[in-house]
Structures are given as C-alpha cells and as structure tokens.
Design a protein around this ligand. Structure first.
Ligand code: FAD
Length: 304
C-alpha cells in the first residue's frame, strides 16, 4: 500500500487539473467565496458550525501575503454580514511567515483586530515543526489582543504536552489534532497507537485544566474513547467541540454526535489554490492518496 500511495503522490502533480479535480473536490468547500458561503449556510442550517479557511500556504512574496491578509479581513466581513456561525482558520506561512516574520506578525495582528471588531473567533493552524515556536509566539501576541484567538497542537509531537501545560489558561482555545506533516522520529511519535494515546492524554489534560478543547479527528476509536471519558467525567459541553475536515466520510457518526447535543465544527477550505493544496498535502504525506482513493471508493459503494 505504501508503494502504491507513494506512486500516486508522485504522479498526481503531473496530471492536468481536470483529472486531479475529482480527487481534491470532496475536500474543498468551493472554488469561490460565494460557493463557500452558500455551503457554509447549508451546513449551519443542518446544525453544524464551520470554520472557513482560504486555501494556500507558503506565499512567494510579501505582496501576496498582504493580499491574503486583506482577503481574510473581507472574509470576516462576509461571515458577519451573512450571519454565518463560522470562525476562521489560517496558516502563518500564508500571511508571510516563511519570508519575513515581522510581516507575518503584522498581518496576523490586522486579522486579529478585524476579528475582534466583529467578535469572530480565529484559529491559527499549526504547520510543520520548523514553525512551531514562531507559531506559538505569534499566537501569544495575537491572543493578548483578542482572547478568542486559538491555536493548534499536534499529538504526534513529543513537545506538545509541555506546550499545552505552559499555555493552558481559562481563555486557551486549543485544537488538538494528530498532525499532518512528516516529522522525524527524534521529535515526533511514529506509532499510530502512541499518537492516539498522546491525543487522549492532551485532551484529558486540557479538560482537567482550564482551556477549551477542539477535538479534531476522524478516528472513530478516538472519538468513542473521548466521548466515553467526557461523559464519565461530566465535562460540561461548553468546554469542548468536535472538529472534522470537510468531505471526509464519517458514516452517520456526525449526526449521532449532534443528536447527543455535542457541537461539531466543519473545517472548510475554499479557494482557487485547490490544486497546489492537494498536491502539497500528497507530497507531505503520500498516505493521503490511500485515504482519498479509499474514500472515493466508499462514496461510490455507499451511493450504489
Ligand atoms: C478540523 C481539523 C483541523 C486540522 N488542523 C490541522 C493543523 O492545524 N495542523 C496539522 O498538522 N494537522 C491538522 N489537521 C489534520 C490532522 O492532523 C490529521 O492529519 C488528520 O485529521 C488525520 O488524522 P485523524 O485524527 O483523522 O486520524 P486517521 O487515523 O489518520 O484517520 C482516520 C480516518 O479518517 C479518514 N481521513 C483522515 N484524514 C483524511 C483526509 N485528509 N482525507 C481523507 N480521509 C481522511 C481516513 O478514512 C482514516 O482512516 C486537522 C484536522 C482536522 C479534522
């Protein structure tokens, strides 16, 4: 399977867009803002909260980073005027972190100020380990201006538990995920069960502490283990939510969680950069090719 996934990940970037589109489409909430907003409204009407993310990362110029900052400010205006139940998520390399830290800070603070003026929460996504320290630092600066700015920790990183303990506070809004990048064994757990155990540990530590946990996973074993622990420990429903990526098949699990009164937020990436996004994700983690093909197959069989 690994060889097959590596092969797909290597050849997909050379395919024309129309051939890659079916692979990327289920995961993208729309190529335009209008499509994304329409879709977000439908999800809101079905009881889901959403977080909107403009596709892209690692911009090449500061001018591009500044445009992305403006696009996020416009998105915040639209979320407000359309009365969407939506937060925003963004990546620091999309607003210039790889090029110039000062520019990324300035853009983050501009987005934060706009979000604060409209009272819309923000999550700063976590990228790969060269950016972990900078992301935490910039998060702290933004959070000091608006306490509805949240961040992400990855369960595969060995440092995450210490980071969580250092950052935990009443207004600490933390998304916990496994981590999507390939990281070296000296800094990251590689074993699936160990990553799961750390995910549970991080979530329990946070919920035994002060912060809010956004439990971001499609792993039903994890979801079951955590809902059982949450119920046994009578953790109030306003201390956590579940989050999933748009388009990942979950059977009837999300409807069942909603029916039990849990909050579910769907991460909705949208925009024209879907091709680069799909290709980059595949290069970083060829195992995604297996997911995508498996999920396309599941969709076909569940329709048929
Ligand atoms: C809301 C949200 C936000 C995230 N933000 C970040 C972030 O800021 N930084 C970061 O490093 N990672 C982020 N991730 C990705 C995360 O780290 C994992 O890589 C991803 O969620 C897969 O792990 P899993 O917990 O779902 O478990 P897995 O065991 O990997 O997956 C469980 C099952 O879900 C399905 N599945 C999982 N992921 C996908 C996918 N992408 N496409 C298709 N099917 C899939 C597969 O069928 C798989 O068998 C985010 C994930 C979510 C849900």
């Amino acid at each position: 399977m690994k060889i097959f996934n590596n092969l797909i990940a290597a050849i997909l970037p050379h395919f024309p867009h129309f051939l890659v589109r079916p692979f990327a489409k289920p995961y993208v909430a729309g190529e335009t803002l209008t499509e994304a907003i329409k879709h977000a409204k439908e999800l809101n009407q079905s009881g889901y909260k959403v977080t909107l993310d403009i596709l892209g990362e690692h911009v090449q110029t500061i001018a591009e980073a500044d445009l992305i900052c403006k696009a996020y400010c416009a998105l915040l205006e639209d979320i407000n005027s359309e009365r969407l139940d939506s937060t925003i998520s963004f990546k620091l390399t999309h607003v210039g972190l790889e090029l110039n830290q000062k520019a990324a800070i300035a853009n983050t603070l501009t987005i934060t100020e706009k979000a604060k003026s409209l009272d819309i929460p923000v999550t700063i996504d976590m990228e790969n380990s060269p950016y972990t320290d900078a992301t935490i630092n910039i998060y702290q600066r933004a959070h000091s201006k608006f306490n509805k700015v949240g961040m992400v920790l990855q369960a595969y990183l060995i440092r995450s538990l210490e980071d969580l303990k250092t950052l935990d506070a009443t207004n600490f809004h933390l998304r916990i995920c496994k981590g999507i990048y390939r990281e070296a064994a000296d800094i990251a757990l590689q074993n699936r069960e160990e990553i799961r155990t750390n995910f549970i540990n991080l979530t329990q530590t946070l919920l035994n502490g002060h912060g809010f946990a956004a439990i971001a996973t499609h792993d039903k074993v994890l979801i079951d283990a955590l809902t059982e622990w949450i119920e046994d420990n009578k953790i109030p429903k306003n201390r956590f939510e579940f989050q999933v990526l748009h388009g990942v098949p979950m059977g009837d699990r999300l409807e069942r969680l909603l029916a039990r009164g849990y909050t579910i937020r769907i991460y909705m990436p949208f925009g024209s950069a879907w091709f680069d996004y799909a290709v980059r994700r595949l290069k970083e983690n060829p195992d995604l090719a297996g997911y995508i093909i498996g999920n396309l197959f599941k969709r076909k069989t569940s329709k048929g």
